[in-house]
Design a protein around this ligand. Structure first.
Ligand SMILES: Cc1cc2nc3c(=O)[nH]c(=O)nc-3n(C[C@H](O)[C@H](O)[C@H](O)COP(=O)(O)OP(=O)(O)OC[C@H]3O[C@@H](n4cnc5c(N)ncnc54)[C@H](O)[C@@H]3O)c2cc1C
Length: 539
């Protein structure tokens, strides 16, 4: 941190040609692609709020919270010193500061508290706070996304929704009724299969008390086990059913059948306490009818998928900002790296990837605000593509920093290790592709909505128009699904950039919709790299 006033003039040598730390910039106003995307998605009225948050998230103090929350990962205590069960997770204080920052900025609440274009505001808040730390995005996203599933059973969900809408963070270990704010998690995945949740073996038996059941079984992944409640799936007599499982019961006692077995030792996402849990007669309330578990929880999953897209776009922007910043401040062979033609081509190519992801993710959030039917297909298509692009893009950004990119004292290794996760959870790539095939086969109105969305951008770029003519809007073969969805995703990104009149739209069409090399920077097309970089520079 620059506040440490490091000494560069050492008695053995002088430290030169090192970039200043990327801190103290406004992550909203200094990111033109984001600011434009928010405005185009209908979020113009949120600019003042996002400008303030952008300054906060770019501050050295908040950046350091992200470092600390990952350097000192959470610890699980299953028992207290006397051998009694507590199942509590302890976090570094920076974790709580990040949670407070995000939740009190409205990350989980603004989409549901009556604010106009609330999903766009939500997505932009996630985009900004996520650049400090992606791990804390997980519990905040799940809290946001739980609301549509909670509405299925108002008698159960209303009091939880009210607390979520309040936009407060309260980490106290006590019943939700005694807290000013709550967080919710989701537990579907079991050891024998996560994608195929219908194969869940956890059982639910009615207690006889209205809507209450006892759950027995396990969940192999349960991120955020310190949440106040979880949406979970279990086999009831009527079939797979969704339940709300609270940590504490209405009588003020712990839900004794809920046990956290251990925390996962993960390659990234280390600030986030992902766990394995068991239910030994844990009490839970039914959400929706018995047998309608997938239909109920998918309302949540559709929203977590939006956040996967936003989260990956945010990670790419963070990596790009580091790469451009470094290249702007470092020279090699008597020239700034950013002025070396090959580096400029690589960085411009990365900038296109980042802006296309940013624009698509915010546009998608706007679609959630309008409840536009194009969201049915555009959500899985964007989730499939944007999340899958992140690791490769972030790796290339890392290489732009040379050896410094590979060193743990810098931000790139954490970004890189985080980057595959959004593609894996909430439906891994193939599972998302199967969802697209299912929607195409069963929901012709969704296909027409997608076609209409892409046709709206016709006539603005000849390369795009020819790509559109060649598209298969109704892929049916599993073997060819990935290719078809990739082509639809590229069209969606181009369509959004063209409709937003982004200055990079033409270059995106030429570098993504025409033949080129596989690596970033491997293209012959003539583009104005300088203009693209000027736009992408963190300011
Ligand atoms: C850090 C982390 C946190 C997580 N947190 C949570 C959480 O809080 N709650 C929760 O419920 N889950 C959570 N998960 C679990 C995650 O959602 C699952 O891992 C994911 O859904 C995949 O399930 P699985 O691991 O059982 O893999 P599998 O279902 O076994 O799938 C393995 C691979 O096979 C592919 N595949 C599956 N079916 C097909 C098919 N028909 N055709 C072709 N390919 C197929 C998948 O795409 C995947 O690539 C978390 C995972 C991670 C890594």
């Amino acid at each position: 941190m620059s506040s440490l006033r490091p000494i560069a003039d050492l008695d053995t040598h002088e430290v030169t040609n090192q970039p200043p730390p990327l801190e103290g910039l406004n992550l909203f106003t200094g990111d033109r692609a984001l600011a434009d995307a928010v405005r185009r998605a209908g979020g113009g009225q949120h600019e003042a709020r996002l400008t303030a948050l952008g300054a906060r998230c770019g501050a050295a103090e908040v950046i350091d919270w992200g470092v600390q929350a990952n350097r000192v990962p959470p610890v699980l205590d299953t028992h207290d010193r006397y051998g009694r069960r507590i199942d509590e997770v302890t976090f570094h204080p920076a974790y709580h500061q990040l949670m407070q920052l995000g939740l009190e900025a409205g990350l989980a609440s603004v989409a549901w508290d009556g604010t106009a274009n609330g999903h766009v505001a939500h997505a932009a808040i996630l985009f900004l706070t996520g650049q400090a730390d992606s791990g804390t995005s997980c519990p905040m996203t799940m809290t946001y996304a739980s609301v549509p599933a909670l509405t299925v059973e108002p008698g159960v969900g209303a009091s939880w929704i009210e607390k979520i809408r309040g936009g407060r963070y309260d980490p106290a270990v006590r019943p939700a009724s005694d807290k000013t704010g709550v967080t919710l998690g989701m537990a579907m995945t079991e050891k024998q299969g996560g994608s195929d949740v219908r194969a869940n073996t956890t059982r639910a038996e009615a207690t006889g008390e209205d809507g209450w059941y006892r759950l027995t079984g396990h969940k192999w992944f349960c991120s955020a086990p310190m949440s106040d409640a979880f949406l979970t799936l279990a086999q009831a007599p009527g079939g797979l059913t969704c339940f709300l499982l609270p940590r504490w019961l209405p009588d003020g006692q712990r839900n004794a059948g809920f046990r956290v077995i251990r925390l996962k030792d993960k390659m990234g996402d280390r600030s986030n306490a992902s766990s394995e849990v068991e239910y030994s007669g844990a009490l839970a309330q039914r959400l929706g009818e018995e047998g309608r578990g997938v239909a109920t929880i998918i309302r949540m999953v559709q929203h977590t998928r939006l956040d996967c897209v936003v989260g990956s776009a945010q990670q790419m922007r963070g990596a790009l900002a580091q790469a451009i910043w470094h290249a702007q401040h470092r020279t090699a062979f008597q020239k700034r790296l950013i002025d070396q033609p090959m580096m400029a081509a690589v960085l411009a190519d990365l900038s296109l990837e980042s802006e296309a992801a940013t624009a698509l993710s915010l546009h998608l959030a706007g679609i959630f605000d309008r409840d536009d039917p194009v969201g049915r297909l555009l959500t899985p298509i964007a989730k499939y593509w944007v999340c899958k692009r992140a690791p490769g893009m972030i790796y290339e950004a890392m290489e732009s920093l040379g050896g410094a990119g590979y060193v743990e004292t810098g931000p790139m290794p954490r970004l890189f290790r985080q980057s595959p996760l959004n593609a894996i959870w909430e439906g891994s790539g193939n599972v998302i592709a199967l969802d697209v095939l299912r929607a195409v086969a069963r929901e012709p109105e969704a296909v027409e909505a997608l076609r209409g969305f892409m046709e709206a951008a016709r006539g603005r770029d000849g390369v795009y128009d020819r790509w559109l003519d060649s598209l298969d809007f109704a892929p049916s073969s599993e073997g060819a699904a990935r290719l078809a969805i990739e082509r639809l995703a590229l069209a969606a990104q181009a369509a959004v950039l063209l409709m937003h009149e982004s200055p990079v739209a033409g270059a995106f069409c030429r570098l993504r919709l025409l033949p080129r090399g596989a690596a970033y920077g491997a293209f012959e097309a003539v583009i104005d790299a300088r203009a693209i970089l000027d736009r992408a520079l963190p300011a």
